[in-house]
Design a protein around this ligand. Structure first.
Ligand code: NAD
Ligand code: DAU
Length: 339
């Protein structure tokens, strides 16, 4: 492919995808369409070859923005989304608009364009909480929070365009992703940056919920593999194969930063908190992908990146994020200390 559209390319995973596409496909041009919401950040694309990227500030819910961005593209990878579960619990409208409506806008505009491939980036959360074993692509879709329900709905809209209009739609379902440039509302960058500042780490519930940790470059390699080698109409799981309880992850961060466990605060749980996610990636592995990053090395690398790149996250944490943090955590943090 000569020119691809990457929506949400200024976000955490999207910007890594842009970076790795430029690195791995020297003749390819990338168009980024991004609204630059609170989590979109042009700093994430700093230092990349600007002659090979066209950045368009625009909304995936706006047909004209999408049509303009798609001009001349032969493929599209759709990352743009509202991505944080906690925010979806405080209000789901933006999640429905972007994560469901945005897929429809993208695909309805792409219908006239004859793209070779369109990949929708989805999540392992669509399977809901998994008590035993690991979900396969044909396991039931049972999302349990507004974010995951909106992602599952986006998937179904995508598959309907495959069935109804023969559009080459492929879906990936990645697990919990970590690495550089992740907005510090997500647990790892939040806990790393709080620990650097000797601030408490607000751990939900009993801290024993399980997530499967996937390094961001491995996630992007999995998306690329499904995009180029996957079968239209199919979904592919992308697992990190590093299931850990949140408390284990938290202690790991503290030990890497030489901070005491007394920084941990058990606070009132996230409502409807899914206990465990676990997916099986056998189907994608058959196409030649596998996760490369070892968990201990990946976490150590990530902690070091946030230590060495305070310029990146301090700007964010001193802005809009401050008010969000106070509203979302202060009462629960005070309660946890009997205040
Ligand atoms: P992120 O919040 O860091 O980035 C989202 C990007 O989308 C931002 O740049 C934002 O400005 C942009 N955006 C939001 N609404 C938009 C709109 N209406 N129009 C155009 N751009 C818009 O999220 P992320 O963690 O990088 O996630 C990217 C994708 O991967 C999402 O679809 C998410 O559901 C999926 N995913 C994330 C994870 C994870 O662990 N972070 C795991 C699996 C799947
Ligand atoms: O599984 C894939 C999903 O992973 C993606 O689809 C989402 O976009 C991404 O945000 C992520 O969702 P989670 O809800 O799992 O990620 P989060 O970082 O918010 O939380 C990870 C775990 O840590 C979860 O069990 C809740 C817990 N947690 C989170 C925060 C923010 C805490 O204990 N304290 C916190 O302050």
């Amino acid at each position: 492919m000569q020119k691809i559209l990457v929506t949400g390319g200024a976000g955490f995973i999207g910007s890594c995808f842009v970076r790795t596409q430029l690195r791995n496909y020297p003749d390819q041009h990338v168009v980024v369409l991004d609204k630059l919401t609170y989590s979109g950040n042009l700093d994430n694309l700093k230092g990349l070859d600007e002659t090979r990227i066209s950045f368009i500030r625009g909304d995936v819910n706006n047909p004209e923005h999408v049509r303009h961005a798609l001009e001349g593209c032969d493929g599209a990878v759709h990352f743009a989304a509202e991505s944080h579960v906690d925010r979806s619990l405080s209000g789901a409208s933006d999640f429905i608009a972007t994560n469901v409506g945005g897929v429809n806008t993208l695909l309805s505009q792409a219908r006239a364009m004859n793209l070779e491939r369109i990949l929708l980036v989805s999540t392992d959360e669509v399977y809901g909480s998994v008590t035993d074993g690991s979900s396969k692509e044909d396991s039931p879709i049972l999302p349990r929070n507004p974010y995951s329900a909106s992602k599952a709905s986006g998937e179904l809209i995508g598959l309907s365009y495959f069935e109804s209009f023969c559009m080459p739609v492929i879906i990936t379902r990645g697990s919990n992703t970590y690495g550089p440039y992740q907005y510090p509302e997500k647990v790892l960058p939040l806990f790393i940056s709080n620990a650097i500042d000797n601030e408490p780490l607000p751990l939900y519930g009993d801290g024993r919920n399980v997530r499967d940790w996937l390094f961001v470059e491995d996630h992007c390699a999995g998306i690329d593999c499904a995009f180029r080698k996957g079968t239209p109409g199919e979904a592919y799981n992308i697992a990190g194969e590093n299931e850990r309880e949140n408390i284990t992850l938290t202690r790991k961060v503290l030990s890497l930063l030489n901070r005491p466990d007394t920084l941990i605060r058990y606070i009132e749980d996230r409502t409807g908190h899914d206990r465990r996610y676990s997916i099986d990636s056998t189907k994608l592995k058959a196409l030649g992908w596998e996760p490369k990053m070892n968990f201990d090395e990946g976490i150590a690398f990530t902690v070091k990146w946030y230590q060495e790149n305070e310029w990146w996250w301090r700007k964010i944490k001193s802005g809009e994020f401050k008010a969000y943090y106070e509203e979302h955590y202060r009462e629960r943090l005070d309660k946890s200390q009997g205040i």
